[in-house]
Design a protein around this ligand. Structure first.
Ligand code: AMP
Ligand code: ZN
Ligand code: FE
Ligand code: FE
Length: 283
């Protein structure tokens, strides 16, 4: 069974519609996917519908923007009731913060000699309910200032680069509580990506398991080298965490993240399903 539990559509910063994503999952020989757009469930109904039509199981998902000690951590929520009021209200606040920072980023880019307006960013994100830096990157590409999203992040948009603007994130522990409250299972995405090894420590994970019932960590991810995967796999086993693997597919928006390039083992998936069922979630 081929299971890929972390993918994006153009409802956030991927480049495929949810339907096209499911068709590509079918072509890639996947049996199960989760659509985990950033801070929105809006693509889930379309993906689920397409999945039913073609025989790909689609688990409702979301990738929440959270933080711990001022560092950004992504939390995957699986099997949540997409209509849960507390969770939807928080996701709305996150999306509001995403669009709220666009003017400040555009001002910075303009000052840096690569002028981009909020309207231009919006033109490049017409299907997106959740606006992110990749859409700003697309506007920079369209104007010929950079070659691709990666160059836009390297030169301007990544944390610490001159056009970076911070935004509101949900507290990680609170986000886990919200996911559970909506019946779902909570899995930390790419825990050691981009310098986060000192943030998502063994002791933090232990406190999240004991205090908040964190369900899992994503181990097999392109941002983790083999050593990292081995260490996370062992650490997760010690803490009783479900260990997943996934592509973090973004369509043409992110190279080297082809659908199915990392997979979740069937036993790990079944454990997630059983936790979601126990909480009354949707799977
Ligand atoms: P934001 O949602 O605005 O915080 O932007 C983060 C998103 O940008 C994440 O989904 C990443 O997948 C994407 N991203 C981060 N770094 C890069 C990069 N170097 N090239 C392309 N996309 C990136
Ligand atoms: Zn993304
Ligand atoms: Fe992420
Ligand atoms: Fe992602």
């Amino acid at each position: 069974m081929r299971i890929d539990l972390h993918t994006h559509s153009k409802v956030s910063d991927g480049t495929d519609t949810p339907t096209r994503l499911v068709m590509k999952a079918l072509e890639a020989g996947l049996d199960v996917i989760s659509l985990t757009d950033h801070d929105t469930f809006d693509g889930v109904p379309e993906a689920a519908e397409a999945g039913k039509r073609v025989g790909v199981r689609v688990v409702p998902g979301v990738e929440m923007s959270t933080s711990v000690a001022n560092s950004s951590v992504h939390l995957l929520g699986y099997g949540c009731d997409v209509h849960n009021v507390a969770l939807s209200t928080e996701l709305q606040a996150l999306r509001h913060a995403r669009s709220g920072r666009l003017p400040a980023m555009c001002v910075k880019l303009t000052d840096l000699g690569v002028p981009v307006t909020v309207e231009e960013v919006r033109e490049h994100s017409q299907s997106a309910r959740s606006l992110g830096r990749p859409h700003v990157a697309d506007a920079l590409v369209a104007k010929g200032f950079v070659a691709d999203r990666a160059e836009a992040f390297d030169r301007y948009l990544a944390e610490g680069k001159p056009a970076y603007v911070a935004r509101y994130n949900t507290d990680l522990a609170h986000a886990i509580t919200l996911v559970h409250g909506a019946g779902g299972a909570a899995v930390i995405a790419h825990p050691w990506a981009r310098g986060n090894r000192d943030v998502v420590t063994a002791s933090l994970l232990e406190s999240l398991v004991e205090g908040y019932g964190l369900d899992g960590i994503e181990v097999d991810h392109e941002d983790h080298d083999l050593d990292t995967r081995r260490l996370l796999f062992e650490m997760g086993a010690r803490l009783g965490l479900v260990r997943t693997g996934s592509s973090d597919y973004h369509g043409l928006g992110k190279e080297g993240h082809d659908l199915g390039c990392n997979l979740t083992r069937k036993s790990a998936f079944m454990e997630l399903v059983s936790r979601i069922r126990e909480r009354g979630g949707v799977v």
